[in-house]
Design a protein around this ligand. Structure first.
Ligand SMILES: [Cu+2]
Length: 207
């Protein structure tokens, strides 16, 4: 066999391997049950307090993997965007500075990090290992703040401006649905999810 042919064969094998890997990468991070159920919910609160509520299932049995790719939190227009971010433990968050001024990224909570200060177009990332609430701050601009909630499993959502949220691919079972709201109070309620079905829930979590 000549050398070119060998190289070609190697390339083909490599291509096939990559092709085989793609579905694994796509499945990674979702770790969701095939034929699982969906929770469709709504936060009952004043319109301005409906958005940005973290909704999550407490204690779901099983082992779950965090997403293979980083999740972004921007610093843009002198704000952290999004203002509330929920991630599963093991997720890497990429902090991107999109302003013309320098920003810092630090948190005084749980793992307590200070990633330093950097200029426009630059970014730094951090991988969260410990679940909990992390206030995200910039030590140059005290008015800047955000919240990152690190959770044990991938079954969570953050409510949109309309107060609605959706958690998909939930394994059938009865769970405790909890919430964290910046302008509100924590809530806890039972929810039963059936395979392949959707359940509607209303959550009283805001003022
Ligand atoms: Cu700043």
């Amino acid at each position: 066999m000549d050398r070119n042919r060998l190289t070609r064969m190697f390339d083909l094998t490599r291509g096939a391997l990559l092709f085989a890997l793609v579905p694994c990468l796509l499945a990674d991070g979702s770790a969701r049950a095939d034929g699982g159920g969906t929770i469709n919910g709504e936060i009952a609160a004043r319109p301005k307090n409906r958005a940005g509520v973290v909704v999550y299932l407490d204690k779901v049995p099983g082992a779950f993997r965090p997403p293979a790719h980083p999740v972004a939190m921007d610093q843009k227009g002198m704000k952290f965007v999004p203002h509330v971010l929920a991630v599963m433990k093991g997720t890497t968050v990429n902090f991107v500075n999109n302003d013309t001024v320098r920003h810092n990224v630090f948190s005084p909570d749980n793992e307590k990090y200070n990633l330093g200060t950097w200029a426009q177009g630059e970014s730094k990332s951090y991988t969260y290992k410990t679940p909990g609430l992390y206030h995200q701050l910039c030590n140059i601009h005290p008015e800047m703040g955000a919240v990152i909630m690190v959770l044990e499993n991938p079954f969570f959502a953050v409510s949109g401006d309309d107060g609605k949220f959706k958690i998909e691919g939930v394994p059938a079972g009865t769970y405790t649905l909890k919430t964290w709201a910046e302008k509100g109070h924590p809530s806890s309620q039972q929810v039963t999810v059936a395979a392949g079905a959707a359940v509607d829930v209303k959550v009283e979590a805001g003022k």
